[in-house]
Design a protein around this ligand. Sequence first.
Ligand SMILES: Cc1cc2nc3c(=O)[nH]c(=O)nc-3n(C[C@H](O)[C@H](O)[C@H](O)COP(=O)(O)O)c2cc1C
Ligand SMILES: Nc1ncnc2c1ncn2[C@@H]1O[C@H](COP(=O)(O)OP(=O)(O)O)[C@@H](O)[C@H]1O
Length: 322
Amino acid sequence: MAQPSVPEADCLLLADWRGVPAVARGAAVALGNFDGVHRGHRAVLGAAHAARPDLPLAALTFEPHPREYFRPDDPPFRLTPLPAKRRALEAAGCRIVYALPFGPELAAMSAEDFVEQVLHRGIGARHLACGADFAFGHRRGGDIAFLAQAAEARGIGLSVVPPVADAEGTLSSTRIRRALQDGYPERATRDLGRAWEIAGEVVHGDKLGRVLGWPTANLWLGRHLEPARGVYAVTVALPEGREVKGVANIGRRPTLGGDPQTRLEVHLFDFSGDLYGQEIRVRLVNFLRADATFAGLEELKAAIAQDAEDARRVLGLEARGP
Ligand SMILES: Cc1cc2nc3c(=O)[nH]c(=O)nc-3n(C[C@H](O)[C@H](O)[C@H](O)COP(=O)(O)O)c2cc1C
Ligand SMILES: Nc1ncnc2c1ncn2[C@@H]1O[C@H](COP(=O)(O)OP(=O)(O)O)[C@@H](O)[C@H]1O
């Protein structure tokens, strides 16, 4: 019988395990939260594909992240909110992404029911892959040993992938979050295999930037993790597909009295145009300095000029005269 095939160009995003279209059933399915889609996650995806290259590759993940559901008052911690996760999973070869709504029903579901109702009957998985520490079902009651026998009983294959590690230890989303909070975006880049980015819509600020001579496109962090506050050399993906270089501040503008919420402000080099309302993606390349409180606007302006020069140098741009 011919295998189901999912059109090459499309990555199907499905938010339910019920009513799955026939074309998506019978996949090789990688299981996990996949926040970041880092090199370790991609090893799990790679194992699923390597075991069954004849099947479409799917990732099964949850939205919201279970931790967002269980601890809604925690500060935002996501490396990849869903749109970014989907893009990264697609880039890693996924043709189907399940973002199952994590709520009371899934939180209460036993491991047995998860395998039977969701993986077997629901999405019709033919092969599964997960990391060695994967646990699932009510109170994480299902471990790898359970999954192995439950999968085998249903004729479903299973690949268990050992942790990806380097000299500093095991690669994990937690390690990447810590690197970003400590001001080491280049470590995040290494572990992710791409620069970490904050995506969002450009909103109106106080219109002070252009008065200072440094117009900045402003974004809220939303569900993204808050990285170390301070100044970064960045690259920015514009909606039209172009990537431009810039200098960004992530902080609460203590010089101006302090804001209640952290924002990202980015000045794009050699650019003029209206970005309001547009979705941009700001990729952190290097941390240049911590957020500071200056004595006044002239001092702030001088610091920004120095930051811009530093960022240009780090990013390999020609220095710009005063
Ligand atoms: C490269 C760069 C570095 C900045 N560093 C600081 C800083 O250390 N402390 C601070 O209070 N504000 C800092 N700012 C924020 C400015 O206060 C902000 O750009 C200005 O208030 C304009 O705000 P607006 O976009 O709402 O008009 C920085 C901005 C840029 C572009
Ligand atoms: N080189 C540039 N870098 C960033 N934004 C720019 C640039 N040139 C023009 N802009 C536009 O100017 C706006 C920022 O100006 P600014 O005075 O800082 O206003 P706001 O306080 O609303 O952010 C951006 O949202 C964007 O539309």
